[in-house]
Design a protein. Structure first.
Lengths: 222, 469
């Protein structure tokens, strides 16, 4: 079984339904010829789908309401408070998608970069909501390659008291080796993604991938 | 020569909402066609207008045969500019074009009726869009001439006004309104109008079912004729759509094959609870209605079959995916369906938008079409039809019928709703099996014949727009 197949069969890795429509959106954002306006528009659309899918893994409780026709209706209500945590800089592109669905949601930020001396990801900055230990966390980073920075970020969250089963890592594309490594390292966290790719190259780029998401989204390509 | 170049030859008249023009199976009933012929200035148009005014038919079109003058040869055209061409001869008309347009109208399809430009003596490059007439009146001196046109007409009328009266009217009209000199009018009358009438127009009186002597002055004859036509039309309209659909589809088992319901995830269930809660503040109602709209529209778009497309990524790899739908039109059924337009706008660009206003009759609750405006190229588009709620399916069927009448293939239509009963989609599916129906919430509990969804969100438009009583 290939790594991709292992990843897509993993019970804690949730992929969006693989419809023609989703493939069409991914085709646009992966195409090197796509202009930035389209890249941003269609990325935002996939991000919205991911956020909606991610929120489905949050719990609900039974709730009875009365309809305008004066009839009781057995429904459910959102349970549990949430926050977003974006990994700078690319993860910030996903914040608006979360805010559009959860108005005035609290969002923490983390800056993690590779330490050139040790080749290990290093935490440079983090600012998290004070009561994050009581919350569910939607961890936002569009690309999961090796999972190095994201793993570092999960460690930061765990140190802040977040319960591991309350961490949902939302990304657009993941490389199977990175996703499997993270799911093995953290036995309760979950991942929500749009597509699982083939692998990573020696420069740690996801293949086929879409290049550098942050550069394409924020317009800082060379 | 019949008219000045400023005269509008096709006249669409609307007085009220249009009731269903199709059977509960979704098949169009043929429009009622009345032909009115008679001498020039005999009062054909006046009779046509009197019929329209007296009948209880909301949408009527009066088509003049003048629209179908044929293209002249260069020599004929030269003569026409010298006032030497005989426009009163039956060969001046293009009966093929007339037949095609009138057949379309008779079938209830949106039709471009050609226009004739009297200043250039040639068919105009512009045509007039006509849609939705339940009664079509065709008037002209040769309205009762062509056998194929005659075969389409339900009733054929010849207005037999005394030729002296016609000539007197003609002189008055051409001198006063068109600035012609009386002698010229008389010359034309002697040379073309009179021989054509005697030779070709008067004989078509034999094709008429009813001959009205004295034209508009003959109130008894016109009154009798209107009664006859009205009886025929009332028979058409006797079937009430909603009760018919309820009877047929309420108690059937199972869901329609064409129905797709959004996966009932935690979020969808929680949003439904908020929308159904009578105590939800309007701001929250709007927010969650918009959020649910976007989800159901994404689900609707996900039903489209798209062509494959391969691209190269910035890493130099090939990626095999799909191409986005090239042309999408969103058609909203106002008022409630208009809410969903915003959601479509945020996911598809550039989308085209059509709007349809269907209002329930206050006593019968039957759908009435008041307004429809669709993009001209809609027949080539994927169409997302949107309305907030499907109850009996009567209004949805009307909206679908309008799209079909504008040339959209049935399989290109996806009907999207927030809330549906089981029976509504069944009715839609029975009439239009290739239309996909995508809904966010299904509610099987419809009580009573009033078809109100007891566990729904109430009147969607009222809660969204804040117009509750």
């Amino acid at each position: 079984m290939s790594l991709s197949e292992q990843a897509s069969g993993h019970p804690r890795l949730h992929q969006l339904p693989q419809t023609h429509q989703l493939k069409a959106l991914m085709t646009i954002i992966r195409d090197r010829a796509t202009k930035r306006g389209d890249f941003v528009f269609y990325s935002d659309r996939v991000i919205r789908l991911l956020v909606e899918e991610g929120l489905n893994y949050l719990p609900v409780v039974a709730k009875e309401v009365t309809t305008p026709m004066e009839v009781p209706f057995q429904g459910v209500a959102f349970e549990g408070r949430i926050c977003g945590v974006s990994i700078m800089r690319a993860g910030e592109s996903m914040e608006q998608g979360l805010r559009d669905v959860c108005t005035s949601v609290r969002i923490g930020k983390v800056l993690i970069q590779r330490d050139e001396r040790t080749a290990q990801p290093k935490l440079y900055y983090s600012k998290l909501p004070r009561d994050i230990s009581d919350r569910w966390v939607l961890l936002l980073d569009p690309m999961l390659a090796t999972g190095g920075s994201a793993s570092k970020c999960v460690e930061v969250l765990l140190e802040a008291g977040v319960r591991e089963e309350r961490i949902l890592f939302i990304n657009l594309i993941c490389a199977p080796e990175g996703a499997l490594a993270m799911l093995n390292k953290f036995s309760k966290m979950q991942i929500v993604t749009a597509e699982i790719d083939e692998g990573i190259d020696d420069r740690k780029f996801i293949l086929p991938g879409l290049g550098d998401f942050g550069d394409r989204y924020f317009g800082t390509e060379d | 020569m019949a008219a000045s170049n400023t005269r509008t030859s096709t006249l669409m008249l609307r007085s009220a909402g249009r009731p269903p023009w199709y059977t509960p199976d979704g098949q169009n009933l043929p429009a009622y066609m009345i032909g009115i012929a008679g001498a020039s200035a005999s009062g054909k148009t006046s009779v046509a207008r009197r019929i329209v005014e007296s009948m209880d038919v909301p949408w009527v079109v009066i088509v003049s045969m003048d629209s179908f003058y044929r293209q002249l040869t260069p020599e004929e055209s030269r003569q026409a500019f010298l006032n030497n061409h005989d426009f009163d001869h039956p060969s001046s008309y293009d009966y093929g074009t007339a037949l095609a347009a009138l057949e379309h109208l008779k079938q209830g399809l949106a039709t471009q009726v050609s226009q004739y430009d009297f200043s250039t003596h040639s068919p105009s490059s512009e045509s007039q869009y006509v849609y939705g007439a339940s009664v079509i009146i065709v008037e002209g001196i040769f309205a009762l001439y062509d056998p194929k046109l005659l075969a389409m007409m339900d009733v054929k009328i010849f207005v037999d006004t005394d030729s002296d009266v016609c000539l007197a009217r003609r002189i008055r009209r051409d001198v006063a309104e068109r600035g012609r000199d009386p002698l010229g009018v008389l010359q034309q009358y002697d040379r073309f109008v009179k021989p054509a009438f005697d030779g070709f127009v008067r004989p078509t009186m034999n094709n008429a079912d009813i001959i009205i002597p004295r034209g508009l002055d003959n109130e008894v004859a016109i009154g009798l004729m209107i009664q006859h036509v009205q009886r025929r039309l009332d028979a058409h309209n006797a079937v009430l759509m909603r009760p018919a659909l309820v009877r047929r589809f309420r108690d059937l088992p199972g869901a329609a094959d064409s129905l797709l319901v959004l996966p009932q995830s935690n979020q969808v269930r929680a949003m439904r609870t908020i929308l159904c809660d009578r105590t939800t503040p309007r701001a929250d109602f709007i927010f969650y209605a918009d959020r649910l709209s976007r989800l159901v529209i994404e689900h609707g778009l996900a039903q489209l079959a798209l062509a494959e497309k391969a691209v190269e990524t910035p890493t130099g790899c090939a990626y095999r995916g799909h191409a986005i739908a090239p042309a999408v039109t969103g058609v909203t059924v106002l008022r409630a369906g208009g809410v969903m337009e915003k959601a479509l706008h945020s996911v598809v660009r550039p989308a085209h938008y059509g709007k349809i206003l269907i209002v329930a009759d206050p006593t019968s609750h039957e759908p009435r079409l008041h307004y429809a405006r669709l993009p001209p190229a809609i027949a080539q588009h994927q169409v997302l039809l949107m309305d907030a709620t499907i109850t009996s399916g009567a209004s949805a069927m009307m909206a679908i019928r309008i799209c079909l009448d504008h040339g959209v293939p049935e399989q290109n239509i996806v009907f999207i709703s927030l809330l549906a009963t089981l029976q509504g989609p069944r009715a839609i599916h029975a009439a239009f099996p290739a239309v996909k129906i995508v809904v966010a919430i299904l509610d099987p509990h419809v009580a009573g014949d009033d078809l109100l969804i007891r566990t729904g969100y109430g009147i969607f438009g009222d809660r969204y727009f804040g117009t509750e009583e």
